[in-house]
Design a protein. Structure first.
Length: 176
């Protein structure tokens, strides 16, 4: 039984060391040949949680076997419980918060409807200009036209009414 626990512990430690030290180098050298192992579909199947649980199983089994008088079955059951608890804790305390903290600068033009912006290049009554709209943590400059067909001067605050043919149709807003 100790061989199983030691294999899990050593295997988990080796996996962690290899993935931390050589992970990017191996991935680039094999040119993505091992991408099928990534398990991107389900975040609860994260290698961090799975290998952490296996490593914990090995360590807990060794400690319980050496320092308690429980039977082999009881040791395996307790080690499984400890490993499962550790994997769930890693998932909810580390992996899940990190997934939710990732920011993306990608956006769709249709996402800009209803957003406030500022006119950078004046928009003529029947022509086009340029507006700056806040998107996420940054700003984007986009081609704009007047929704009502009136002239809008540079520096005016506007709201995006709709998006058609990659053009923002805006109306002037008086926020004071």
């Amino acid at each position: 039984m100790e061989t199983l626990f030691m294999s899990c512990l050593v295997g988990g430690i080796l996996y962690a060391l290899v993935s931390i030290i050589f992970g990017d180098l191996i991935g680039q050298a094999l040119d993505g040949a091992l991408d099928f192992l990534s398990l991107d579909g389900h975040s609860w199947l994260s290698p961090t949680a799975l290998v952490g649980g296996i490593t914990t199983f090995g360590g807990a089994g060794i400690l319980l076997g050496r320092y308690t008088a429980f039977s082999s079955t009881a040791i395996v059951m307790m080690a499984l419980f400890i490993a499962l608890t550790a994997a769930v804790a890693v998932f909810f305390l580390y992996i899940k918060p990190m997934e939710q903290s990732e920011n993306s600068i990608a956006f769709s033009l249709n996402d800009l409807s209803g957003k406030l912006g500022e006119v950078l290049v004046p928009i003529s009554a029947k022509g086009y200009g340029e507006v700056m709209v806040k998107v996420g943590a940054g700003f984007t400059n986009q081609i704009a036209a007047s929704f009502e067909g009136v002239e809008i001067t540079s520096g005016s605050k506007v709201v995006v009414v709709e998006v058609r043919d990659s053009t923002l149709y805006v109306s002037e807003v008086n926020l004071s």
